[in-house]
Write a protein that binds this ligand. Structure first.
Ligand SMILES: *Cc1c(COP(=O)(O)O)cnc(C)c1O
Length: 359
């Protein structure tokens, strides 16, 4: 049999049409491309953690519901008593799980540009994905257009990243409420960048049956663990639980996350430093001619270079050992745009200096 015949026999056309999510090899670079927290733990905390790992019963299946971790996450994130939680192997897995539960041919909606996995997973599952453009330059929601699309297309689910990735802004609160109120389907507020903003829809959960809030520990400083959660209406969480694989949160993640979240002051200090650095990097970027940074409530900053200069600026930074994200190939509202993750002060300085010498 020809290889192509085999592929078309066993792989759905919508999957064949996709490209896999690619991650750049960052070996040897100052890594400012993936919204990771640059700080590791003090040695004494690592030693304490190793004792916890030492006692993990690796021969046993983990608690399938991760009850103890759920309690801690609920407390750490001020989740209302009446809301329930479902955990995922990263919030990426939760997006997949939400979409797998939808009726066949459902419509999935998200603003664009936004987090690419909404579209990637929707297409992969053969769902009807529709991206709705944000307003140019402000990157805010185009509310009239969104409400019109909701009315005519009746999406089963809408994803809103709050703050949005890759633009960094918070959408207007009243626009979001209006979307929730006018939607017959689910509205998912993806609060992956919660550690870097005080804005949140978690307190609104009891007010809306169709609102779910998703968070992750990745951007907080635990990207290697792969742990996310979604909170909201217990009746919906109960249904989603049927789609979830029984032991999706492994025992090392469960015990390590519990341990880490018992050190809130450590994360508070790290994220405060990153917030201050974000303000400093923003100011520095604003002074560079030909560079336009966009205000951010996350741990990264989107900025625009002079026309047609983004890809060469990205390459020149890479040549100088600094890896950021080139968004220019996505074109449209992201034409000439690059995204830099906020790192440690010396990493940020290296980035700013390299950029100065590049433009
Ligand atoms: C990074 C990111 C995620 C993915 O988080 P994981 O928990 O690491 O899978 C989800 N949503 C947005 C908007 C992100 O930027």
């Amino acid at each position: 049999m020809q290889e192509q015949d085999l592929i078309s026999t066993v792989i759905r056309p919508e999957v064949r049409a996709l490209s896999a999510y690619k991650v750049a090899d960052a070996t040897g670079f100052i890594k400012l491309d993936a919204m990771e927290n640059p700080y590791t733990w003090p040695e004494e905390i690592k030693q304490e953690w190793l004792k916890v790992v030492h006692d993990a019963e690796i021969n046993r299946y983990p608690d399938p519901e991760a009850k103890s971790l759920c309690r801690i996450l609920k407390q750490y994130n001020n989740i209302p008593e009446q809301s329930n939680l479902l955990l995922g192997n990263g919030s990426d897995e939760i997006i997949q799980l939400l979409l797998m539960a939808l009726p066949a041919n459902s419509r999935v909606m998200a603003p664009e540009p936004s987090f690419v996995m909404y579209k990637q997973i929707a297409l992969c599952l053969g769902l009807d994905y529709q991206g709705l453009p944000l307003v140019a330059n402000s990157f805010d929601l185009d509310l009239p257009a969104l409400l019109e699309s909701i009315k005519t297309q009746q999406p089963a689910i809408i994803f809103l990243a709050y703050p949005n990735n890759p633009t960094g802004n918070l959408f207007d609160t009243n626009a979001i409420k209006s979307i929730i109120e006018n939607s017959q389907g689910l509205v998912i507020l993806d609060e992956a960048y919660a550690p870097f903003t005080d804005a949140s829809f978690i307190a609104e959960l009891p007010n809306y049956k169709n609102l779910l809030v998703m968070r992750t520990v990745s951007k907080l400083g635990l990207a290697g663990l792969r742990l996310g959660f979604i909170a909201g209406n217990p009746e919906i969480i109960e249904q989603l639980n049927k789609v979830r694989l029984p032991y999706n949160i492994n025992i090392l993640t469960q015990c390590s996350a519990e341990f880490a979240l018992s050190k809130p002051e450590m994360f508070q200090e790290q994220t405060n430093t990153l917030r201050n650095e974000r303000a400093r990097v923003f100011l520095q970027l604003s002074t560079l001619s030909g560079i336009t940074p966009f205000p951010s409530s996350a741990n990264f900053i989107l900025f625009r270079t002079a026309k047609g200069k983004a890809t060469e600026t990205f390459a020149a930074l890479k040549e100088k050992g600094i890896l950021i994200k080139n968004l220019a190939p996505q074109q449209g509202l992201l034409s000439d745009c690059l995204r830099v993750t906020i790192g440690k002060p010396d990493e940020n300085n290296a980035f700013i200096n390299a950029l100065k010498n590049t433009i």
